[in-house]
Design a protein around this ligand. Structure first.
Ligand code: GNR
Ligand code: NI
Length: 191
């Protein structure tokens, strides 16, 4: 992630808002399996939510985050595919929809901040066309390929309660789910 982002507390920030890192929900939290609601209007509360999501994503660090991962059941995702040392390139998509998928696929090792420390190969369409509303309330259509296309598909799945482990064999998926169910039980017993 862009190292400069972490120095931000000293840097004057837009609207002087404090950094607001939120808690990231992990499996088997039921909110990760729910369908998020469309956003009716891009207002100040949505801009604040987008900022909290970016703060949380950069801190994690991750290349994307969907609102349900912080318990906000709204159709908004954030991403930044810039490599370390590059200029940050935050992307915010509101009510995103994929209009077109390529026949060609690509296999990428995926991870998810809500399924920490687990990584598996997933095959997805290599190129997509996505339509969304941006933070200014403007409708945008853009094409994406490779890493960005994979990330957009991973994030949009979150808005429908879909996780990348759903694309694995049942054996592999069940193994992952059981591991996190067990961890949750142990954590509950300890508290
Ligand atoms: O940080 C993340 N890395 C990642 C790697 C490959 C494919 C998808 C992703 S998204 C993930 C962050 C996350 O969980 N977003 O929902
Ligand atoms: Ni994820």
């Amino acid at each position: 992630m862009p190292a400069t982002y972490h120095i931000e507390p000293e840097t004057p920030r837009k609207a002087d808002l404090p950094m607001a890192k939120r808690e990231i929900l992990v499996l088997p939290d039921a909110r990760l399996r729910a369908i998020a609601e469309p956003i009716a209007k891009v207002d100040e509360s949505i801009r604040k939510l987008a900022k909290d999501m970016l703060d949380t994503m950069y801190d994690a660090p991750g290349i994307g985050l969907a609102a349900p991962q912080i318990g906000e059941m709204k159709r908004i995702v954030v991403m930044d595919l810039a490599k370390e040392g590059e200029t940050p390139d935050p992307i915010v998509m509101i009510n995103p929809e994929i209009l077109k998928y390529s026949e060609e696929t690509v296999t990428t090792e995926e991870g998810c901040l809500s399924i920490p420390e687990i990584y598996y190969d997933v095959e997805r369409p290599a190129e997509i066309t996505v339509k969304y509303t941006d933070l200014d309330g403007k409708d945008v259509e853009r094409e994406a390929k490779d890493r960005l296309a994979v990330c957009i598909q991973h994030e949009l799945d979150h808005l429908d309660g879909v996780l990348y482990i759903d694309y694995l064999s049942r054996l592999k998926r069940d193994r992952v789910v059981k591991k996190f169910q067990k961890a949750e039980k142990l954590a509950k017993k300890a508290s």
